[in-house]
Design a protein around this ligand. Structure first.
Ligand SMILES: [Cu+2]
Length: 325
């Protein structure tokens, strides 16, 4: 709490009367000097370099540089900007390495061109976002470390007011706009490449039904085979028609890069072309009840011949056993 002490002409004083802390007497002239300093030399405390450089240097600090480059350079030459820059550089390096090696690997080896495109896009977007995220976090971290008030009382003075810098603002807007345009073009090209990969080939149609808490599949073009495990031929486009019998589920084949909601009373459609032999997992990606975490099914990607043999076996009528005599 600030309280004014009895004043004499020419030297009014304010006293910082915080309980349990030593009182600090600040004269009106001190406060006026600080306000003037904050208005003309933002970013430096009144007790440091700027005030001690003498009238000529102070006059230089008050002069608005005519050149835009000069304003940016003066902004970058502030002591706090050097600290922020080194934190930003270190954070960016760590985030770029993380972006290149971690997120895509968490998803597993890709099993379709769609997943290739998804992982590449995820990596590019994360790398592009790294310097932006680092810029925000480095300012926050520097502020916490360098400008943290220590002690139990209130700070003696407030920080200088934040003032705009038009060239820096324009630079930031131009760079972030260019980054957004680049990411938009990249995303559109990735979508186009996935769509083009499946064009010109007859797709296999598969109906997918979710219900608490299992998946069932049927193949309308293969004699209406029904199964609780997916069998797919490699390198053939597949179209999934997805619905639900009860609540909302989400059909997600992680390593194939496809995920779409299974809504009761509606049919949603997604497609993929598996290009890797092996067994993968369908997961439910929508919280759907008590056993949601166990709502999984196997996806077997097999050769075309093996798929045809499996389909023939599923279509054959079961051999009736002879009645016991
Ligand atoms: Cu679920």
């Amino acid at each position: 709490m600030w309280s004014r002490s009895p004043s004499s002409p020419g030297e009014r004083a304010s006293t910082c009367g915080i309980a349990n802390t030593p009182a600090v007497t600040v004269t009106t002239q001190d406060l006026v000097a600080r306000w003037r300093h904050a208005a003309t030399c933002p970013g430096r405390s009144p007790s440091n370099e700027c005030q001690s450089r003498g009238p000529e240097k102070r006059l230089e600090a008050m002069t608005i540089p005519a050149q835009v480059g000069g304003r940016v350079r003066s902004w970058m030459n502030r002591p706090e900007m050097r600290g922020v820059f080194w934190i930003w550089a270190a954070m960016t390096a760590v985030l770029v390495v993380f972006s290149l090696y971690v997120p895509a690997r968490l998803m597993g080896p890709p099993a379709s061109p769609t997943m290739h495109a998804v992982e590449n896009t995820m990596t590019v977007f994360t790398v592009a976002a790294s310097p932006v995220a680092a810029a925000v976090w480095s300012v926050a971290l520097y502020s916490l470390l360098a400008w943290r008030h220590r002690g139990s009382g209130q700070p003696e003075t407030d920080g200088p007011p934040i003032r705009g810098n038009t060239p820096v603002t324009a630079l930031w807007l131009v760079l972030s706009s260019l980054l957004c345009v680049f990411l938009l073009i990249w995303g559109l090209a990735a979508m186009q490449s996935v769509t083009a990969a499946a064009a010109g080939r007859v797709p296999l149609q598969v109906n997918v039904v979710g219900q608490q808490w299992l998946w069932s599949f049927s193949y309308p073009g293969q004699g209406d085979i029904e199964t609780d495990q997916l069998y797919l031929p490699i390198d053939q486009p597949v179209v999934f028609h997805v619905t639900s019998k009860d609540v909302v589920h989400s059909f997600w084949v992680v390593q194939m890069g496809i995920k779409i909601d299974a809504n009761p009373g509606e049919t949603t459609v997604t497609n993929v072309t598996p290009n890797k032999l092996g067994t993968f997992v369908v997961r439910c990606a929508e919280l759907c009840g008590l056993l949601h975490a166990d709502m999984e099914a196997a996806v077997h990607v097999v050769s075309a011949d093996d798929f045809a043999a499996w389909a023939r076996g599923r279509r054959s009528p079961p051999v009736e056993s002879s009645p016991p005599k």
